[in-house]
Ligand binder design. Structure first.
Ligand SMILES: Nc1ncnc2c1ncn2[C@@H]1O[C@H](COP(=O)(O)OP(=O)(O)O)[C@@H](O)[C@H]1O
Ligand SMILES: [Mg+2]
Length: 397
């Protein structure tokens, strides 16, 4: 079961490359699902057919699905929302305002990932290709399952205890309705499902591919995405440079663009060293329909296997040698000064620019103290050692 996610700036060709990759996989004999989490429903346009919220067959072994995030959201959150609404209602909050308050920011998108989980678990597919929303939204989306899981794990049990303890007082004093057991069950279930989504997306069979066009602003964004995706534990396994002008006897205008693109492409090769950079030519017409999309993808990957599982370790691992235990997090394209690190008990908070990840330390590291940290070869290395009795926890590095 292979999971491939394609993301990149708006309009660079994510849907086109995702569609082509899926068509190629299906043609090679794999039962393939192409799933779009982008609210801009463009897969229908790419295949020239109607695509709905259920998998639609567009060719042999090739199915396409536009996730209805709103619907998924209602199914998973309705119970919890119902309870929150009743609380706000008893507090005299206007119904419309209350509804807005009980919608989790970003949750709709996350629930698109719950659909991915269901499809993976169904056992119906060998390959699932995900056509993601533009980068910024996708990053937020991919950061959320873990963050939300963290939140629910910490906050809800506490809340449950508090609610239980105050139950008699609360219901008498303010008439606040008590959540039934099913509300907590719904939260628990959602938490468990989000955990599974994280495990799937960060697992060895999943990877992210960055689509870009050879333009400086686009490449700059792709570089940042590589760093941020790695921070969140996702493996990036390749770059697709799309809309590359073919070489030809050209007038000055076109020759100018070909040159400019070649320069940017050279920078792309340099930036993404260690990753394959596949090229996709600017076609004379929009690639629409299964055959055109498959042709595009077979040109892009040429002799490479588009479904090859990335070799090597994931972005996150722990190594031991002698006394030293080192937690390693791949963070391509950053220097030591770009990274901020803080230790809080069993958590390591890693901040890179606007993005922050709370890494729950593996059990073996919790009792150790941070001895130092550095960034080397695109990797954050945090060294741990046996805690000395005289020193307190909660240090920063
Ligand atoms: N290599 C290409 N040659 C010609 N047209 C392309 C190519 N790649 C994408 N397009 C066209 O560009 C437009 C945007 O592509 P799309 O895949 O929808 O981008 P995204 O999903 O990133 O927003 C579509 O009309 C698509 O047909
Ligand atoms: Mg698209």
């Amino acid at each position: 079961m292979r999971i491939l996610l394609l993301t990149g700036k708006g309009g660079v060709g994510k849907s086109t490359v995702a569609s082509g990759t899926a068509a190629l996989a299906a043609a090679a004999g794999h039962r393939t699902l192409l799933l779009s989490t982008d609210a801009a429903h463009s897969l229908g346009d790419a295949f020239g057919v109607e695509v709905g919220p259920e998998p639609t067959e567009v060719a042999d072994r090739l199915f396409v699905q536009q996730v209805d995030a709103q619907l998924r959201f209602q199914q998973s959150w309705a119970e919890v929302q119902g309870y929150l609404l009743s609380v706000l209602d008893s507090a005299g909050v206007d119904r419309l305002a209350a509804e807005e308050l009980t919608v989790l920011p970003g949750a709709e998108e996350v629930l698109a990932l719950l659909e991915l989980r269901l499809q993976v678990l169904s056992g119906a597919w060998d390959v699932v290709v995900v056509d993601c929303a533009p980068t910024a939204e996708t990053l937020r989306l991919l950061a959320l399952p873990e963050a939300l899981g963290w939140y629910m794990q910490r906050v809800f049990p506490v809340q449950a205890r508090v609610v239980k303890a105050f139950k008699p007082v609360l219901s008498r004093a303010a008439g606040v309705p008590m959540p039934g057991g099913s509300v907590f069950e719904a939260v628990e279930r959602l938490h468990a499902e989000l955990d599974e989504v994280c495990a799937l997306l960060q697992g060895p069979d999943a990877s992210v591919r960055l689509v870009l066009t050879p333009e400086n602003v686009v490449v700059a964004e792709a570089r940042r995405s590589w760093t941020t995706l790695s921070l969140y534990g996702y493996r990036v396994d390749g770059v697709v440079a799309n809309r590359v002008f073919p070489h030809a006897d050209a007038d000055d205008w076109r020759a100018g663009w070909v040159d400019a693109q070649q320069q940017v492409l050279a920078e792309v090769e340099e930036s993404f060293v260690g990753l394959p950079v596949w090229r996709s030519e600017y076609r004379p017409a929009e690639p629409v329909g299964v055959a055109a999309l498959r042709d595009l993808a077979s040109d892009v990957y040429a002799a490479d296997d588009p479904l090859a599982v990335p070799a090597g370790d994931g972005p996150f691992r722990v190594t031991r040698s002698g006394d030293a235990t080192v937690l390693r997090l791949r963070l391509p394209l950053v220097g030591r000064s770009d990274v901020d690190l803080a230790r809080k008990h069993d958590e390591l908070v890693v901040t890179v620019g606007a993005y922050r990840r709370v890494v729950t330390l593996p059990a073996g590291l919790v009792r150790l103290e941070v001895a130092g940290a550095r960034v080397e070869d695109g990797e954050l290395q945090v060294r741990f050692r046996e805690a000395r009795p005289s020193r307190a926890q909660g240090e920063s590095a």
